[in-house]
Design a protein around this ligand. Sequence first.
Ligand code: FAD
Length: 338
Amino acid sequence: MALHHNVLVIGAGLSGLMAARMLQDAGRTVRLLDKGRSVGGRMATRRVGDGKADTGAQFFTVRDAEFDAYVKGWIAQGIVFEWSRGWSDGSLNPARDGHPRYAVRDGMNALAKHLSNGLDFAVNVELQSVRRTVTGWQLTDTEGEVYASDAVVLTAPVPQSLKLIDNGGVVLPKEARATLDSVQYEPCLVIIAEVNGATGLPAPGAMQRHNSNLYWIADNERKGISKTHLLTIQCSGPFSRALWDLHDEEVVRKVRIDLMPIMGTDAFEITAAQVKRWRYSRPVSDLPGDYLLVDVADAAGSTAPLLFVGDAWCGARVEGAFVSGLRGGRALAEKVGK
Ligand SMILES: Cc1cc2nc3c(=O)[nH]c(=O)nc-3n(C[C@H](O)[C@H](O)[C@H](O)COP(=O)(O)OP(=O)(O)OC[C@H]3O[C@@H](n4cnc5c(N)ncnc54)[C@H](O)[C@@H]3O)c2cc1C
């Protein structure tokens, strides 16, 4: 028989980690399950040879007072540092808007690892379906393993979460379903390129170029997370869509053509490259509220809570995911396992 928890959380990105922390702090039994090789989701850092590169989120900003208090704590602990107050767009007018951009000392994924300390989680577990039972919820993974709980938290990009409940035949209230069906995401192709020597990128080693094919270019060595010269290059949404189905070598060849004039040095050469495809990089608009918490009825009419959190609420960024998970987790703790 499956081990029963008060709450099972699908996805150990920032929103899932924060929801789990809130529930555990409130005394609930919680287990996180993630299909990735490590926790963090889009807070992703990849090792390439002797170097490291952030392949998902590159930095974060702070608007929310509660998030600000956490960030101050991470800075005091030496986990997070202020990287910049604006990015050059490649023109002669580098944009310094006075708004701090923070990064994580050992790469963005290290913050997720830090937040997973003390939580019960399993990685390399891909859920396939979420269904209602007489007592609550039953989850099944792709290996046929079964998990049971009183409540479930869904944190994956919304279309992926909806697929799980559709596979389990879960019917949501009409309005909730319509809200979730409205969420759309931008794809993002990311190229990690090892280069032969210093890059000519302006301080602090990154460029943000709105309305161009290469939206973001950062030197992870100058960011302070890599021993080797590794660039993270993000393609814009339209350019990502245009290159999506090409072989990796062809993607790198096309990106290199756009990159050469930006690097401003003839000696620049790509010595190795990897391509990461994020089908759901960021939602294109925000949903109302901080999360979506619904009571789902079974055939006999008894209900069990289902919580959706993530960056589709509170802003399509690191901070939004964090805050959504934190507030959603707290709200669920009021309903379950008391
Ligand atoms: C290329 C890129 C650049 C970005 N740059 C920035 C930036 O500079 N600043 C910023 O603030 N934000 C940035 N973002 C956005 C930021 O990374 C996200 O908003 C945030 O990390 C989302 O967290 P989350 O918890 O909502 O989702 P995720 O991190 O996606 O977590 C969801 C988790 O669910 C897991 N999962 C999915 N399906 C299943 C399943 N069936 N079974 C088990 N597990 C499953 C996934 O493995 C994942 O770990 C960027 C995103 C990308 C992709």
